[in-house]
Design a protein around this ligand. Sequence first.
Ligand code: AMP
Length: 199
Amino acid sequence: MSKINVLKKVCVFCGSSSGNDLAIENAAIELGTAFVARDITLVYGAAKIGIMGTVAQTVLDQKGSVIGIIPQFLKKKEVVHLGLTQLITTQNMHDRKLQMQEVSDGFITLPGGFGTLEELFEVITWQQLGLHGKPIGLLNINGFYDEMIAMLETMVKRGFLKIENFNLILIDTSVSGLLGKMENFKAPPIPKWLKPERT
Ligand code: AMP
């Protein structure tokens, strides 16, 4: 069966910390390995530290391609990785997220903290507004995101989140399952009331 989306570059949002669950560290390695096997370029926040660093180092160690995008002021704090295939320095956080969104064919979120959630929810809200139609995956390792998913279901039940917008997040517990869902994702039509040039 032919795929709806060809994933050549995928942006990964994840923690600048490593956490304390080996299963998460292993999933980061599995994801990086899957990218190299499928010839997918990793796009990420260019840090050497945390789960971010683990995914990037895995791809680089297996001779894959990595594009890092980081604002100038974070280069020291997040310990910029100087061995990437390409390093893009932006003026600020907004520019970083915009460039990540523009160069990538899809997005995957692994466990992380506030920064990770902010990045995930921004790409979802941009899709909800019809600003892009790229697949957004959530890799739910070891139940890390169970409570967040339950909260989103509460938002649907209480009438604050449309079920079709909830369904924009592709959720899976396995790397291959998630990549398969992303390849077959079909973006909903852009709302008629929205004119992208006005945003
Ligand atoms: P964290 O999940 O908090 O460890 O952060 C993961 C990544 O998200 C790091 O590269 C942070 O620089 C980034 N980040 C934090 N806050 C924001 C933000 N407001 N917009 C975009 N990226 C952010």
